[in-house]
Design a protein around this ligand. Structure first.
Ligand SMILES: O=C(O)CCC(=O)C(=O)O
Length: 255
């Protein structure tokens, strides 16, 4: 359970960082499947034009350790506590940044896509991002504008970041908006060891730079949505915007 102070911090900043929330052993069990996952040739594994693996979506379909982790009690309880009710998983992916690779993300709010492309009724969804590698200032950490979620949905431009498949569009925020938000709220980029968790609201503006280090950077994203807020008008494949709206139960609850 999160403390009242942690819940209040999440509500104020739209961002909550929990260092080493998962143990090195828990993360090790997931990473052991990584070489097999990146070698797969399936639609859920997105590659750049240069052949880099950029993302592995819907991990629960083909990776037993990730399928089990999706039912991790700490993951599910945290999402339920912050969203205030039963949840299902809207998206479950790893964003992979290769050593000295090119992948980056412009400033955006995830709820832009969830609303425009998936028909999510309200911004009652969040991401629990889990660091599968240590995240440093060198390997392309995610930068956030804490508090920006309180502005609500900000008008955006649908764009495909360079090097990504055309199906990967982002609701990009333009420079005047970012200038104004950063002047008011600042920017943070949480670093941490493997197992660190950064939870962020679907409206929190974020971006990331390329990985300039000689090390990989894998971050897992578990997107939780309230069951009562299930998407109604999906236009993306079901491995991008899941269609199973049944309330998730943890391994221990099912036992
Ligand atoms: O992992 C990253 O560097 C950013 C990913 C991101 O912003 C997203 O998937 O919306």
């Amino acid at each position: 359970m999160l403390t009242q102070q942690q819940v209040e911090k999440y509500e104020r900043d739209g961002l909550l960082v929990l260092p080493s929330f998962f143990s090195a052993e828990e993360i090790g069990a997931l990473m052991a499947d990584m070489p097999r996952i990146v070698a797969m040739d399936r639609p859920e594994i997105a590659k750049s034009a240069a052949g880099e693996t950029c993302a592995a979506l819907a991990l629960h379909r083909y990776s037993p350790p990730f399928e089990r982790f999706m039912r991790n009690g700490k993951l599910i309880d945290t999402a339920r506590q912050l969203l205030g009710g039963e949840i299902y998983c809207h998206q479950y992916k790893i964003v992979c940044k290769d050593p000295m690779g090119t992948l980056d993300f412009p400033w955006h709010q995830d709820y832009g896509n969830w609303q425009d492309l998936d028909g999510m009724p309200a911004p009652m969804a969040l991401n629990i991002s889990v660091y599968l590698d240590p995240v440093t200032e060198f390997n392309g950490p995610v930068a956030f504008i804490p508090g920006s979620h309180r502005r609500g949905r900000i008008p955006s431009l649908a764009e495909t970041p360079a090097g990504l498949a055309e199906t990967t569009t982002l609701a990009r925020l333009n420079r005047p908006v970012i200038e104004e938000l950063v002047n008011e709220f600042g920017i943070v980029s949480p670093k941490g060891p493997t197992g660190t968790v950064a939870i962020f609201h679907g409206l929190t503006a974020h971006a990331s730079t390329p990985n300039i280090s000689p090390w990989t950077r894998h971050i897992l994203y578990f997107t939780a949505n309230r069951v009562s807020n299930a998407i109604g008008r999906p236009t993306r494949p079901d491995y991008v915007a899941h269609r199973d709206f049944a309330a998730l139960t943890s391994e221990t609850e099912a036992a």
